[in-house]
Ligand binder design. Structure first.
Ligand code: ATR
Length: 275
């Protein structure tokens, strides 16, 4: 029987997930499908009934459903609870489990793009304290890496640091130049970098050579932050790999094969970025 998976969202047309999973299904010759399904918010409960009925092995959840699905899942894993969002559903024996693979995507991307990127001895600077930051903070805590959290709005960062486990110190974004010499990693989790925007007054030359700079923005692939870091000879990893790596655990759970994030897959998705 064909194993079916999906991505649900509203709208859904722009999701790259069907291309990612479709590539892996073909690569492994699996009798399976992965389709994008537009599900409006008021149709979510009925969709979950289909899921419980065994029509699908599971799927991904995207905007605007990442929070709403919490109440519909039979169980949600603790890390997804900390992150505050579910992006992956697994259906088994009439029950639906919600999880979040974004933090694994972040770690998988750095592990592949910059092996030995951290031994945990130097703190990471995380820029931004919004929804995307939560997955990164959970990821860094899982590797026992201390974090210096810098955000434009101080109170948001303070609240996040209190809520999450892990060694998180909050400072204003202006503190970057003072803390940079101690850090081993800089992660941008804000939307700054999209459309070529950039942070003012971040002096990347204050970082030690060998430090790694990464961005979760992947369009453009080389954000101004990454371009500046490259010019200084710092290590960089772009954000596209996080999108690819977050898809791995879902595919493995639904189709029973752990796929690889290959150069060919990357090139295929890169070609859709339109830059
Ligand atoms: P997401 O869920 O994608 O992370 P979000 O919750 O809106 O989006 O969070 C956006 C983050 O980017 C926040 O940390 C925000 O800072 P504030 O808390 O001060 O709003 C940050 N951000 C957005 N635009 C920014 C800018 N121009 N300069 C600095 N930080 C910015």
């Amino acid at each position: 029987m064909t194993t079916k998976a999906f991505v649900i969202g509203h709208p859904i047309a722009h999701s790259r997930s069907p291309l990612i999973h479709g590539t892996w299904l073909a690569e492994h010759g699996i009798d399976g499908s992965y389709e994008a399904i537009d599900v409006a918010p008021d149709a979510l409960p009925a969709f979950f009934e289909r899921l419980r009925g065994g029509e699908f092995a599971g799927g991904n959840v995207t905007i605007p459903h990442k929070e709403a699905v919490f109440a519909l899942c039979d169980e949600v894993d603790p890390l997804a609870l900390s992150i505050g969002a579910v992006n992956t559903l697994i259906a088994r024996d009439g029950r639906v489990t919600g999880t979040n693979t974004d933090y694994l995507g972040f770690l998988g991307n750095l592990d592949q793009g910059a092996p030995n990127w951290s031994d945990g001895s130097k703190p990471a600077i995380v820029l931004g304290a919004g929804g995307a930051s939560r997955a990164i903070l959970v990821a860094l805590a899982s590797r026992s890496i201390p974090v210096i959290l810098l955000n434009r709005t101080r109170e948001t960062a303070d609240r996040l640091a209190q809520e999450l486990d892990g060694d998180i110190t909050v400072a204003p974004i202006d503190a970057f130049n003072d803390v940079a010499p101690h850090a081993g990693l800089v992660v941008n989790t804000t939307s700054v970098g999209m459309h070529g925007s950039r942070f003012e007054n971040l002096d990347l030359s204050r970082l030690q050579l060998g430090s790694l700079v990464t961005d979760i923005v992947y369009s453009p692939l080389v954000t101004p932050l990454l371009a500046d870091a490259q010019k200084l000879g710092l290590q960089t990893v772009d954000g596209l790999g996080m999108l690819l790596h977050q898809a791995v655990p879902g595919f493995a759970a639904w189709f029973g094969v752990t796929p690889q994030v290959s150069a060919q897959l990357r090139a295929r998705i890169e070609a859709t970025l339109g830059h």
